[in-house]
Ligand binder design. Structure first.
Ligand code: ATP
Length: 289
């Protein structure tokens, strides 16, 4: 009998994101560059006679418990697929800010699927389909690293690893108002705005050169403009960050987390300036794979 299975659930940023159109199934056709970060939740599943889900850790506040949690749904899907009962406790040590555009919920779900596949190896060939059922960002986390995602994000093309970069994340200030169904609201707003030229190919070309800076990513996220219209405080947060660190920042996914990326070893100085000015920051790096 397995006693406990555990694994990391890393965050991601999108280095670039193009929205190519709306599909007849309601999803958007995307072209994006996913990059895995070292910042990670830690997920474990433990056999239990009292099945359920617990969330702890510095970012646990507001993360749903029970069936609303994507990690629990992943366990149920996996157990159903394996013809077993979901008689487990899922424990999440939450380190990734929730609802920040960092896909922590999707990553927790993928981590549960990967752990479940150790218990029930017959699930392995079905993992990509199960992941996509849970959400568009979930399939990326089955392999992570640096990848181009097309379709809803599930048509993944692994890319050669980017050399190590520092990444400084700027989550929204405490007390900022959450937006109901944030990602859907940002996509809906996008439809009202002018389209812009695609950016993924040119960012990819720069990434192939081996080093990236935030300047290379300015304007490369099609959702940024729409997110600024949905979150009224987002521009003010950006202006404050940029004045303090004297560099642009860019949005990950539908936001509202801004980020800076630069050479390995340079993130601490950026974070120091920001902390001195009272901004909340998380310093991390690109994952080593
Ligand atoms: P999305 O763009 O899909 O909304 P995101 O990257 O902004 O995602 P997540 O941290 O994945 O942010 O959380 C999205 C929503 O999913 C949150 O509003 C939260 O209520 C819900 N959620 C469900 N399960 C989890 C989980 N394990 N961790 C964090 N949030 C979760």
């Amino acid at each position: 009998m397995v006693e406990r299975l555990a694994g990391p659930a890393p965050a991601k940023v999108n280095l670039a994101l193009d929205v190519l159109g709306r599909r007849s199934d309601g999803y958007h056709e995307l072209d994006t560059l996913f990059l895995e970060l070292e910042l990670a939740d830690h997920v474990e599943i433990v056999p239990s006679e009292a099945p359920g889900l617990e969330v702890s850790g510095p970012r646990a506040a507001g993360v749903p418990a029970g069936r609303a949690n994507l990690a629990w749904r992943a366990l149920e899907c996996a157990a159903f697929g394996a013809g077993a009962d979901p008689t487990f406790r899922v424990r999440i040590d939450k380190q990734i800010p929730a609802a920040g555009g960092l896909a922590g919920g999707s990553s927790d779900a993928a981590a549960v699927l990967l752990l479940a596949a150790k218990l029930w190896p017959q699930l392995v060939p079905r993992l990509p389909a199960l992941a996509l059922e849970l959400g568009s960002d979930v399939p990326f986390f089955l392999t992570g690293g640096f990848a181009r995602g097309r379709g809803r994000g599930e048509l993944l093309e692994p890319l050669p690893p980017l050399p190590m970069h520092d990444v400084v994340l700027f989550p929204p200030p405490a007390g900022t108002q959450a937006v109901e169904r944030k990602t859907a609201a940002v996509f809906a707003k996008l439809a009202e705005l002018d389209s812009r030229p695609p950016a993924v190919s040119s960012v990819l070309e720069l990434a192939r050169g081996g080093s990236l800076s935030t300047e290379d990513l300015v304007g490369a996220n099609a959702l940024e403009h729409a997110a600024l219209a949905v979150f009224p405080w987002l521009q003010e947060h950006r202006t404050r960050i940029e004045a303090v660190i004297r560099s642009p920042v860019v949005l990950t996914g539908a936001g509202p987390t801004w980020f800076w990326i630069g050479p390995s070893g340079s993130g601490d100085a950026v974070a120091h300036c920001a902390r001195e000015a009272g901004l909340e920051v998380i310093v991390t790096r690109t994952a080593a794979r």
